[in-house]
Ligand binder design. Structure first.
Ligand SMILES: Nc1ncnc2c1ncn2[C@@H]1O[C@H](COP(=O)(O)OP(=O)(O)OP(=O)(O)O)[C@@H](O)[C@H]1O
Length: 251
């Protein structure tokens, strides 16, 4: 196993309140690693620290062995290969599926300059491959406003893939999806994880059971348990603070 991300003694404070409290964990290459736990446990804050949105009070986050991303800006973190998808889709609904992909593929953060930057042949091939992977090749010329909820989420995952990340952070990717879309998303994550490791925050426990390689349970900012879903769901403390309290219905 090769470690892609090592989180060491990570603490994030908001006005003295510890949202993340001395967290230590490792993400292995190729994993679909879920973070679960009750509302307010610190899951989103942890993702925010990895992608540079918040700066920790203590600790380090080592990416592929050496680089401490806590010292980097959000843009630098994207450029070294960590992509983040937020809960609310950020697809441009005035553009087609293909145009959204082109914007992402030219890798320019500014919409204005991206519009004037044509994609090259290599980028076109990459876009076609990704559209095939996310199941939207047949809809490439469709306006993205007309896509179903699940399809918009897949397009956004595709837009992240266009930046060729080695690690992808997903915040509640199946929220609002029906069972069929949820399963399709799980199969998509499995496909992607072969080349791009995944960290996923999720409240849908059926989805976590079906698609996780590893689960970290957070409670009040700290790690309560870690392991396979089969193992952590037997832990009485995890049942008491989350699973047994209908935590999965809180989303
Ligand atoms: N910018 C902020 N300023 C102050 N407090 C914050 C800020 N962001 C988060 N918090 C607090 O930190 C704690 C952890 O929040 P976080 O959003 O990380 O939890 P979560 O586990 O993702 O919860 P949920 O499952 O509800 O999304 C919460 O008590 C929240 O109110």
């Amino acid at each position: 196993m090769e470690t892609i991300l090592q989180i060491q003694d990570l603490t994030v404070n908001f006005d003295g309140f510890k949202a993340v409290d001395h967290v230590n964990t490792k993400i292995e290459k190729g994993e679909i690693h879920f973070f679960i736990g009750p509302n307010g446990a610190g899951k989103t804050t942890l993702l925010d620290a990895i992608c540079g949105r918040v700066k920790p009070k203590t600790g380090s986050i080592l990416f592929t062995g050496g680089v401490d991303v806590t010292q980097y800006s959000e843009n630098e973190i994207v450029n070294i290969g960590i992509g983040r998808k937020f809960q609310v889709p950020s697809v441009f609904t005035g553009l087609t599926v293909q145009e959204n992909m082109e914007l992402a593929a030219v890798k320019n953060r500014s919409l204005f300059s991206s519009i004037f930057h044509k994609t090259n042949k290599e980028q076109e091939e990459l876009i076609d491959d990704i559209l095939d992977t996310i199941g939207l090749y047949g809809k490439k010329h469709q306006n993205s406003a007309a896509l179903a909820h699940g399809e918009k989420q897949w397009l956004e995952i595709g837009m992240l893939l266009a930046q060729k990340p080695r690690l992808m952070l997903l915040d509640e990717p199946v929220a609002g999806m029906g069972r069929a879309e949820t399963e399709k998303t799980g199969e998509l994550l499995k496909k992607i994880a072969k080349d791009c490791t995944m960290i996923v925050v999720e409240h849908d426990m059926e989805f976590v059971r079906d698609y996780s390689s590893k689960v970290t349970v957070l409670h009040e900012g700290a790690i309560l348990d870690e392991g396979s879903m089969a193992d952590v769901q037997k832990n009485q403390k995890v049942i008491d603070v989350y699973l047994g309290r209908g935590g999965e219905r809180d989303a």
